[in-house]
Design a protein around this ligand. Structure first.
Ligand SMILES: C[S@@+](CC[C@H](N)C(=O)[O-])C[C@H]1O[C@@H](n2cnc3c(N)ncnc32)[C@H](O)[C@@H]1O
Length: 229
């Protein structure tokens, strides 16, 4: 690295064999205060601060006993949950491998597979207080396709949340610019008392990601009907 004449910003010494985009990515990581903070505080990802900031604003983590983390790898969000609610049982899923985290059951599989929701619910062993989803589809560079693929994950997460959440529970999901689609917002409003969008400061300004925070799950309609009988 060299530090001369550029206001203290770090630069990569050798760019040999690296593409322009990978050099840009490495330089951005080196100069990102959240990356440094994550390293100093022992978080596996800078994404951890997005959850910390969302929780500072919406207060959904404290006291949670069962939490689902969709798109858990490398584990930053689950580390935050562990620190704020050490007693919580966490169940996570990711396509990628995740190093073990105490208190977390981790499935390495596609959340969109037919078996995933039942396996997650079984590992959870009871109703969830919170379903978190930081999943993002791999981008192909075609804006509309990328948007549709990520929104399909959010919708599947919403359906899953409506099956496992306890009444009063929370669903937090990453969405793309413009927030959730009208039909998804309508569905979330049908299921939850409040639905808000937020872009935490740790989310990069040039990223199109936002988060939807749906709180106060109203309960499964069929469960309410069954109670009436
Ligand atoms: C931004 S990362 C999550 C970072 C995590 N919140 C943290 O703090 O460490 C998004 C993750 O979603 C996962 N993902 C995307 N699509 C998925 C799917 N269909 N099933 C399971 N995981 C998926 C990716 O593999 C990736 O690890």
């Amino acid at each position: 690295m060299s530090r001369g004449g550029n206001g203290g910003r770090q630069r990569i010494k050798t760019a040999k064999g690296r593409s322009a985009s990978s050099i840009k990515w490495i330089q951005r990581q080196l100069n990102d205060p959240y990356v440094r903070k994550a390293q100093a505080e022992g978080y596996r990802s800078r994404a951890a601060y997005k959850l910390i900031e969302l929780d500072e604003r919406f207060h959904f983590l404290r006291g949670a006993k069962r939490v689902v983390d969709l798109g858990i790898a490398p584990g930053g969000w689950t580390q935050v949950v562990r620190r704020i609610c050490p007693q919580a049982a966490i169940v996570g899923i990711d396509l990628l491998p995740t190093d073990p985290i105490e208190g977390a059951t981790i499935l390495q599989m596609d959340f969109m597979s037919d078996e995933a929701p039942a396996l997650l619910a079984e590992a959870l062993g009871g109703p969830a207080d919170i379903v978190l989803s930081d999943m993002a589809a791999n981008t192909v560079g075609h804006q509309q396709t990328d948007h549709l693929r990520t929104m399909a994950l959010v919708e599947a997460g919403c359906l899953f949340a409506s099956e496992v959440l306890r009444p009063g529970g929370t669903y937090v999901a990453k969405v793309l610019a413009g927030g959730a689609d009208h039909s998804l917002v309508a569905e979330l409003k049908r299921l939850f008392t409040t639905v808000k969008h937020a872009k935490p400061p740790a989310s990069r300004k040039d990223s199109s990601e936002w988060y939807v925070i749906a709180q106060g799950f109203k309960g499964r309609p069929e469960a309410a009907e069954a109670d009436d009988e």
